[in-house]
Design a binder for this molecule. Structure first.
Ligand SMILES: Cc1cc2nc3c(=O)[nH]c(=O)nc-3n(C[C@H](O)[C@H](O)[C@H](O)COP(=O)(O)OP(=O)(O)OC[C@H]3O[C@@H](n4cnc5c(N)ncnc54)[C@H](O)[C@@H]3O)c2cc1C
Ligand code: SF4
Ligand code: SF4
Length: 434
């Protein structure tokens, strides 16, 4: 569904992905007069950042930083946004001349929706809410989340019972079951890939019990519980709703581990875990928080001080590799770990365990192009062809890459990378840099 309707199907730059990197690249180019089409496969722009609680190392509110950027992108006269859409068959014909197929998926709710959520109240179908990482349920018709942009409902047609109640109660008459997928051809002069990252799925490490023991959660599930808005506004154990008082973090879950195929460091997990632990100590002043780590990587400006601040607040750091998590009858968890300093295996009891899941490449970009492939690096991210001089250049002239599509990055570095991509794209459009 397009937010601002395009006047024609011709644009200067196609930005793929509406996370913080895609928004930044689109805004930089739109502000100097280029006409941008931003294509986002999700129902809302904002990427992962829009779901975060606060950000390290400043503890600024994530939503307060990202929502102005989201709104600026959505309202910019030079940016046409297509959410719930994807691009395929991107083809380069000559310099400054690409074509692509834009596929808009049906939401079954029109732009007339006001986001009032009356339909949600009436809808009888409840399924797991992907935007709360399955911690709670949502209805078959739903506004994705409170600060979604656009704030328009969508029907999850696979789970809808077609009872028609939403159609009866919608005051805006916005339900349209006749909507179908729309395909169109767009012409562009340049492309920026900003499709971001995937989170490691801890089901791939069965010995940690995720999916089996309800009180083992991921760091993204904890982010949602720490966000000071709906639907949580508190931290509770999923199994019994009890307030936890002895919480453990298992760092490097799915990172720096050859055995699961991801040997590299995810760069953000140490710091986001220290951030969450500090926030937990504020939310649950009586709680103990322990972080099991191999090495703490605090390499950015202010990161080491942030880590020391956590220590000063009473977070316990144990240099230990967690090997196994077992559940007790009362829902508490036993973490078996190798104490690296003492060289012995130990066990400790906690009532909630947070797995600090790592960053993995989103390889969607590899199938978007027709007749040619965007080159991947050894870790399946977009390959940077000239990392030192043109850090956004890919193997295709006129195609650039921004943010975590290049590898694990935090928010400031994703924004810097988007700045480089937009500058290189502008140079290319002017007939300079390739
Ligand atoms: C638990 C957790 C906590 C974090 N906390 C912090 C923090 O406190 N501070 C900090 O600096 N960093 C933090 N980060 C890192 C931060 O989330 C990333 O740096 C940032 O989100 C990267 O932005 P991005 O735009 O590159 O990617 P993303 O946020 O992944 O955005 C990519 C966008 O592209 C879209 N997309 C994907 N594929 C397609 C496709 N085929 N077509 C169209 N669109 C597509 C996605 O839907 C998404 O909207 C945290 C990460 C995690 C996991
Ligand atoms: S038609 Fe589908 S979405 Fe609408 S109320 Fe019924 S089950 Fe929910
Ligand atoms: S579809 Fe109708 S009832 Fe549902 S949120 Fe939109 S305007 Fe409200």
């Amino acid at each position: 569904m397009s937010i601002s309707m395009a006047q024609s199907n011709e644009y200067d730059v196609l930005v793929i992905g509406g996370g913080i990197a895609g928004e930044e690249a689109a805004l930089n180019l739109a502000n100097i007069g280029y006409k941008i089409i931003l294509v986002e496969k999700d129902l809302s722009i904002g990427g992962k950042m829009i779901h975060l609680s606060k950000v390290f190392p400043t503890l600024d509110c994530g939503a307060c930083i990202t929502t102005p950027k989201v709104s600026e992108t959505a309202r910019h006269p030079n940016i046409s946004i297509f959410t719930y859409s994807e691009v395929k068959d991107i083809e380069k014909h000559s310099e400054n001349d690409f074509s692509a197929t834009l596929v808009e998926k049906p939401r079954y709710v029109t732009n007339d929706c006001t986001g009032c959520q009356i339909c949600e109240e009436k809808c009888p179908v409840v399924v797991e809410d992907q935007y709360q990482w399955d911690l709670v349920g949502r209805k078959a018709i739903y506004v994705p989340f409170s600060i979604a942009n656009p704030r328009i409902a969508a029907i999850d047609i696979e789970n809808c019972s077609l009872c028609g109640l939403c159609e009866k109660v919608c005051p805006a008459n916005a339900i349209d079951f006749a909507m179908v997928e729309k395909k169109s051809t767009i012409k562009i002069k340049s492309v920026i890939i900003a499709t971001g990252f995937e989170l490691f799925d801890p089901l791939n490490i069965p010995r940690y019990g995720y999916g089996k023991f309800k009180n083992v959660v991921t760091s993204m599930q904890m982010e949602r519980q720490l966000v000071p808005t709906r639907p949580f506004n508190n931290v509770l154990r999923p199994k019994d709703g009890k307030m936890p008082d002895n919480i453990a973090y298992v760092l490097c879950t799915g990172s720096r581990d050859e055995t699961i195929g991801n040997p590299i460091c995810s760069q953000v997990c140490c710091m986001y875990s220290v951030k969450q632990a500090q926030l937990l100590m504020g939310a649950l002043p009586m709680a103990d928080v322990t972080i099991y780590y191999i090495h703490v990587r605090a390499f950015g400006k202010g990161f080491c001080e942030f880590f020391q601040q956590g220590k000063g607040m009473g977070i316990e750091f144990i240099k230990g590799k967690a090997g196994l998590i077992k559940e007790k009858e009362n829902g508490n968890l036993i973490v078996r770990y190798e104490d690296i300093q003492e060289g012995i295996v130990k066990e400790a009891e906690h009532d909630l365990v947070v797995l600090s899941v790592g960053i993995l490449p989103n390889t969607d970009f590899s199938s978007m192009f027709k007749n040619t492939k965007v080159k991947q690096d050894d870790f399946n991210y977009v390959n940077k062809e000239d990392e030192l001089c043109c850090p956004s250049k890919t193997n295709i002239d006129g195609v650039f890459v921004a943010g975590t599509s290049t590898g694990p990055l935090d928010i400031p570095d994703s924004i810097l990378s988007a700045g480089a991509a937009s500058a290189e794209a502008a140079g290319y459009l002017k007939g300079g840099a390739k």
